[in-house]
Write a protein that binds this ligand. Structure first.
Ligand code: NAP
Ligand code: ZN
Length: 352
């Protein structure tokens, strides 16, 4: 048995998102059914809708920053009960048996994790549909708990923007003696700043947008550097232990590498694809510097992040939108005009 629910999706890369009907499975013994209250809008949603990475199967229903209320649980479910608030991030399944999964690194599942959208749906066949919908049904192993003190809508972006920046901060052991830089002030960037500050680091923002300086300061950055200004870039040479690069499109990494300390790392979390600009090796070789990559975070790590945010009262800066405003929101996101995450109030879909 399965259920039809309202959703917002697109039929092709060049078509806008519009209301469609999708199917959700009846919960199995280990499934949780969640009535979606809020869903954040990630740049990955836009990449998927527009098939920027290739491989999008249509219709596509994006959304992987999901917060809602539990409406049904299977007989074996222990993590949550009906009426609880619960969250779902970027993954809804993984093999649970490979070396990565056994180390709580489901995001690096050797058999491939199942994405919350555009993943291979093991239950209904076809592709998974994301959070731009009324309800979702998820294996309890991929359900997260939201600390009670956090605003639900503002907590939604923690599920992707939060954990994607948290995971490298933890992996590279950022703490109070660290100097961290963030490239790009958008959804991921603003969470990277808040989380690095939460861990006690000194934080610098690299941005192309001078008009974001005041916001960057309010978010806690210690220093603001215009990445296109050669003098400002020169002034921060050899300074950063870790740079988190959130820029979604092809860009030259070379100017950033020389701003790393000896042994420093630039970790790419934004752009997925081929870099046209050649990487200059001398700054890496002469300073044992690394260029690395990182994808989201494991389920255990995501819960750790949520709990850390609960303790430190950290949430995203959001602008609430109606589901019907999503196409305009994508346009604004393409113009870097988001301060700093759109979150869809799902009432707008349910009431339509
Ligand atoms: P976003 O809110 O649109 O922010 C991106 C920021 O990057 C912009 O605000 C802008 O900041 C800067 N930027 C945009 N276009 C640029 C360009 N052409 N050149 C230089 N800078 C540019 O996007 P987001 O939601 O944070 O996502 C960022 C990227 O991370 C996306 O590609 C997304 O798919 C990816 N992502 C990856 C993971 C992962 O697991 N690795 C997870 C989630 C998202 P300034 O105005 O300050 O320059
Ligand atoms: Zn995302």
């Amino acid at each position: 048995m399965s259920n039809n629910v309202k959703a917002f999706g697109t039929e092709a890369a060049d078509k806008p998102l519009e209301q469609i009907t999708i199917e959700r499975r009846e919960p199995t013994a280990q499934d949780v059914e969640i009535d979606i209250l809020y869903c954040g809008v990630c740049h990955s949603d836009l990449h998927t809708a527009k098939n920027d990475w290739g491989g999008t199967v249509y219709p596509a229903v994006p959304g992987h920053e999901i917060v809602g209320k539990v409406t049904k649980v299977g007989s074996d479910v222990k993590k949550v009960k009906v009426g609880d608030y619960a969250a779902v991030g970027c993954m809804v399944d993984s093999c649970q048996t490979c070396d990565s999964c056994k180390q709580d690194l489901e995001q690096y599942c050797l058999n491939g994790f199942t994405g919350t959208y555009n993943g291979k749906d093991k239950h209904l066949g076809g592709r998974t549909f994301g959070g731009y919908s009324e309800k979702i049904v998820v294996d309890e192993n991929f359900v997260l708990k939201v600390p009670k003190n956090l605003d639900l809508a503002a907590a939604a972006p923690l599920l992707c923007a939060g954990v994607t920046t948290w995971s490298p901060l933890r992996h590279w052991k950022v703490g109070k003696d660290s100097k961290v830089a963030v490239v790009g002030l958008g959804g991921l960037g603003h969470m990277a700043i808040k989380l690095a500050k939460g861990l006690g680091a000194e934080v610098t923002l690299f941005s192309r947008s001078p008009n974001k300086e005041e916001d960057a300061k309010k978010l806690g950055t210690d220093k603001f550097v215009i990445s296109t200004d050669k003098e400002q870039m020169k002034a921060v040479k050899g300074k950063f232990d870790l740079i988190i690069d959130t820029v979604p499109y092809e860009h030259d990494l070379n100017p950033y590498i020389s701003t790393l300390t000896i042994n420093g790392t630039l970790v790419l979390v934004g752009f997925i694809g081929e870099l046209d600009s050649m990487l200059q090796t001398p700054p890496m070789i002469m300073g044992r510097r690394s260029v690395a990559g990182s994808v989201i975070g494991g389920i255990k790590e995501t819960q750790e992040l949520l709990d850390f945010c609960g303790e430190h009262n950290i949430v995203s800066e959001i602008e609430k939108i109606d589901m019907q405003d999503i196409n305009e929101a994508y346009e604004r996101m393409l113009n870097s005009d988001v301060r700093y995450r759109f979150v869809i109030d799902m009432k707008s879909l349910k009431n339509n």
